[in-house]
Design a binder for this molecule. Sequence first.
Ligand code: NAP
Length: 641
Amino acid sequence: MSSAGDALTEPAPGEPLDRGSLTSAMESANLPTLVVVLHQLTGDPRWLADPYRPTRGRGMDDNDDGGFAEPVRAEIRAAAVDAVLAWSAGRQPAVPAPTGAFLVELMSLAVGEPVPAEYEAMAAEDMGFRTPKPVRAVAPGTGFRVVVIGAGLSGLLAAIRLREAGISCVVLEKNDDVGGTWLENRYPGAGVDTPSHLYSFSFAPKQWTTHFGKRDEVLAYLREVADRYDLRGMIRFGTEAAGAAYDARRQRWTVRTTAGEELEANAVITAVGVLNRPKVPDLPGLGDFRGPIFHSARWPADLDITGKRVAVVGTGASAMQIVPAIAGQAAHVTVFQRSPQWVAPNAVYFEPIPDGVQLLMERVPFYRRWYRTRLAWTMNDKVHPSLQIDPEWQHPERSVNTINDSHRRYFTRYLMTVLDGRDDLVKKALPDYPPFGKRMLLDNGWFAALRRDDVDLLTEAVAAITPTRVRTVDGTEVDADVVVICTGFETYRFLHPLDLRGRDGQSVQEVWGPENADAYLGISVPGFPNLFLIGGPGTVLGHGGSYITIAESEVRYTVEALTGMAERGIGALEVRPEVYADYARRHDEAHARMIWSHPGMGNWYRNRAGRVVSALPWRIVDYWTMTRHVHWDDFTTEPAR
Ligand code: NAP
């Protein structure tokens, strides 16, 4: 937990607060959040009991009114105004940093259902109620140096933490700016479908303007972080790493850039992203198309699609954002679907965060932290149990268990409602595989766009591109001025196209095979000492939550390993092959019981042989716990030479 980040944004007493604006802001407060804040500020036990105990939220809903009757809502709001004003005038919070069983009690109160005690440690650190043991700074002058590859969110995070630990580091970034995927993906409609307050570093909260940040705001946030932590001086922009080789004798990595430059380092951290290298199908005629034809992540900066006939290939998360954003501006949009997608409704997807909430986040102590913790509970692990295959389940073709089946009914009802009167579209858009089998998508206007007269949905596979058309396998040809290829990324070719060579000179791709990556905790590979993967195999969140939580765990673990190496005089740290193999076995066993192994659909979590290589099979709290500390017995070490 960085005090620097907190100090900039955490409310501080002493600044005058106006009763009128606070009172009106309370009208848009999330009341379950407010009840806990009230207890922290006042210490009054009555806020922990009925009638002030909120109900449990339904689905992804924020449960803003907490299920309270109106008089109780008014009472909570009025008491909160008094408590916040008293705090602002100098009264200390009665319960400034709850931890242990009491924190779990407060969490259970906030979410309206029992929270298992195992979430305490993760929540206490995320909320800043318990400061983790600081990583010991490496003594200056040791010459210990790390190369980080990539200045997307993981690379920026690594740079922040390495500097805090006193470890010298240089970040290589192929682009001319920070942001990684958020810099590259500038297609119309691009944004996150993780709620903004979760898609933020725990130590660097932001006043998000919308519940689901759009690309420009997310990119601005990452730029802000880079500036606030003064990272740009550590980054070599326009410098692409081509590969790296480990010299076992010297215990050093040599990183090679595409320009032929070589940099030496004790350790290398890859932060290259899973969704970075576009996957473009090898369609006949692709190169002959006369107009603009490009992957969604390569949207031309100067492209104006006004009045153009646009063909969109694919119906994943990218297409689902592009189509509603361009429908109406383009003359016509034709969507080429290979498989339909399950799509969930979300009431606040496009909603701005009201001014009142902004004020509460900014000025009310603990409010933002509890709001985020509630979101984390709703969005992170809650769905994980429902993704386990029930071997006794009677309808394995359509769902994997009773709850998954009820999710299916819920999403189907939603689809039938939004496509009411359009049986033609229902037939094309209703998936036959279990919901969550592919990455779940949020409805950002997708169905409304499909209903438009100027949007067509075709379900025949694309066979070829001609100079002016897209041809499907049944011979249909569709005229197009622009073709957008939304076919995803090289998700199971981890680290591709980096040529990383370990102790024996073998490349990591040779060790894994082309699509079968593995890493202990997603981080370490035997034969590759002092190499740390951020966003490595088996760390993608398929069940919910925010990649940032995973990245923070990975980076914390990596920096603990690096400072430990420096402290203990270790020159080479290498995961034991048996530890790696055992982890891969447990990973595969866990996946065999999970939905992404279901044969009814393809998804980008598993490779063409059917093995899930990208997604994390465990809950976020499990991964957080596994990576909380380095277990030195998992590694072989060599003293530094
Ligand atoms: P994706 O989810 O992998 O979707 C690729 C789409 O292209 C699928 O519909 C796929 O069909 C289709 N496709 C692939 N190869 C094809 C081929 N040869 N012919 C015809 N269709 C083909 O890719 P994406 O939409 O770029 O998204 C990737 C990931 O990026 C997302 O899952 C998400 O994690 C992230 N993302 C997130 C957001 C967001 O937060 N809203 C937005 C964009 C991206 P099949 O389904 O049949 O394979």
